[in-house]
Write a protein that binds this ligand. Structure first.
Ligand code: SF4
Length: 226
């Protein structure tokens, strides 16, 4: 039964919930709100998702999805990233921003995958974060969405902001936020949780001005503005 069942009114409800109860409600409510929530980066393989996630740094997923069809056609394998010239790759990914650094990362990534992993994307956190340009967030995206392995929770700017506003953490550092979130949610839901928070962060709980009046979490959110 929902911890909100039988409680009168909305005012003050947030204060009565434990963090675990609030977390359960967040997952339940957002699941109902966004049944379509999924990874927004178009991909058909772990390599494509890894590349798309690297390109998504400081860039929208929609912009990345405009760039990747031509990129994936030109570079279907890790060996293609290892062999492509920097100027050609930079031209292909230019509109995603920071394209020189990203091209360097992708070429280094292609070489490392060929040299260390026979051209395949590894499916462990330890091996993924050892690759050039791959941090814990990117590794969590790939593990959760391409391999179906919930090793951790993706903490991007939306997840971090919503976790704080919803009173699920007081931390600023993504690794510490992840550490706070992990015990609050069932492991099979970790990848979905990030998608749900990202969907809600883009549509309702926006960075500069949250739309609390339109938010179905307002009754349980300690930051709700009336
Ligand atoms: S009530 Fe406001 S601050 Fe809380 S989650 Fe909703 S939009 Fe964000």
């Amino acid at each position: 039964m929902s911890p909100l069942s039988g409680r009168p009114g909305r005012a003050g409800v947030a204060a009565h919930l434990t963090r675990a109860e609030r977390a359960g409600e967040v997952l339940r409510q957002l699941r109902a709100e966004y049944p379509e929530a999924t990874c927004a980066l178009a991909h058909q393989s772990p390599l494509e998702l890894l590349v798309a996630t690297i390109l998504s740094a400081q860039c929208t997923d929609a912009r990345v999805n405009l760039v990747t069809p031509a990129l994936f056609a030109r570079c279907p394998t890790a060996a293609d990233y290892a062999a492509i010239s920097a100027p050609e790759l930079e031209r292909l990914i230019q509109s995603t921003g920071f394209f020189r650094n990203k091209a360097k990362s992708l070429i280094g990534l292609g070489r490392a995958l060929v040299e260390r992993h026979g051209g395949e994307v590894p499916d462990s956190m330890e091996e993924l974060v050892a690759l050039p340009g791959v941090g814990r967030k990117t590794a969590n995206v790939v593990l959760g969405n391409a391999f179906g392995k919930n090793e951790g929770i993706v903490v991007d700017t939306h997840v971090a902001r919503l976790a704080r506003r919803l009173g699920l953490t007081r931390e600023e550092d993504p690794v510490r936020i992840e550490r706070d979130l992990v015990p609050l949610f069932p492991r099979p839901a970790w990848a979905l949780l990030a998608h749900l928070l990202i969907f809600h962060g883009r549509r309702v709980c926006r960075a500069p001005r949250p739309r609390c009046a339109d938010c179905r979490l307002a009754a349980i959110c300690p930051s709700a503005e009336s």
